[in-house]
Ligand binder design. Structure first.
Ligand code: NAD
Length: 267
């Protein structure tokens, strides 16, 4: 890319909650410009100026129903099937991709891994810089405390969230399980009800709250005898995800985004 030219970003899911925040953050970022705003073809905002719709005033970018070539990077926060199509487009067109969509099934995840070999791609269930640091910290803490400490994960989100538990909570579970030589697929216990018996030493509990407009909270609790340690991340607004999603490479390893390298944030 020539020196001085702005990065041309395509926002997929531009009419959504995250899409809107990403466009707001892009507007404040001198090195990146909005090239295209895309949403589902039957969206009622189709053809209208996206800036006016999300409170930014006229941007001269009109909501479109499909991706077109010319962008440097597509930023997709939509739904699993939509993101799979975006990645396919990224591969075919040579566009870089930042995908934040959660709730992908095992088959879709392995396809993302496969596609990420050919695409400059960042894929993370949580683009927040603080959460990416927490991914690292919980791994260290789990290793240091070892099997004597019970691990429980709690997550809370707004009432409109569709997938459960959050992709971030699952990722935290996978990290702490791996750090203590366990397989989260085998030791994860999703909620408890009735006469479930004593807690096994190996299980990792996962508790989910859905209420009001909670943006996103994740706690990893390490319970010992006579003490407990809780590591908590609280998102105050969606802007932290939007800022993380467009954060340029800074040399700081917890930065979730790099337009120029091919890597995925799940380790
Ligand atoms: P949302 O429902 O507000 O937005 C999704 C948008 O995608 C909608 O505007 C919808 O119309 C659009 N869409 C649907 N079909 C489409 C298609 N075929 N083509 C283009 N656009 C299409 O949801 P949201 O809160 O913005 O979240 C979107 C996703 O991002 C969810 O999976 C959520 O869990 C995830 N998320 C991830 C992070 C992160 O940091 N990785 C943070 C917040 C949300």
């Amino acid at each position: 890319m020539s020196e001085g030219r702005k990065i041309r970003a395509v926002v997929v899911g531009a009419a959504g909650k995250m899409g809107g925040r990403i466009i707001h953050v892009l507007k404040e970022t001198p090195s990146i410009e909005l090239f295209q705003a895309v949403d589902r073809p039957d969206h009622p905002w189709m053809g209208k100026d996206i800036g006016e719709l999300i409170g930014l005033g006229k941007l001269g970018i009109f909501l479109e129903g499909s991706l077109r070539k010319g962008g440097d990077v597509l930023i997709d926060f939509t739904a699993p099937q939509v993101s799979m199509e975006s990645l396919k487009f990224a591969k075919e067109s040579g566009t870089a991709a930042v995908v934040g969509t959660t709730g992908l099934n095992t088959e879709q995840l392995s396809r993302v891994r496969e596609l990420s070999r050919d695409i400059r791609c960042v894929f993370s269930p949580n683009m927040s810089v603080g959460m990416n640091l927490m991914f690292k910290v919980v791994q260290d803490v789990a290793r240091i405390l070892g099997p004597e400490y019970d691990i429980e994960i709690l997550e809370a989100h707004h009432r409109l969230k569709k997938d459960s538990p959050s992709g971030t909570a699952v990722r935290l579970g996978e990290i702490v399980a791996k750090a203590t030589d366990r397989d989260f697929g085998q030791v994860g216990v999703y909620g408890r009800k009735g006469m479930v018996g004593e807690r096994t030493r190996k299980e990792i509990g996962m508790q989910v709250i859905r209420a009001g407009d909670i943006v996103g909270e994740h706690t990893v609790l390490f319970g010992g005898i006579g003490e407990r340690l809780e590591i908590i991340h609280r998102a105050h607004s969606r802007d932290n995800f939007a800022r993380g999603a467009i954060r340029p490479p800074s040399g700081w390893s917890t930065s979730p985004t790099a337009f120029t390298t091919c890597r995925m944030c799940w380790g």
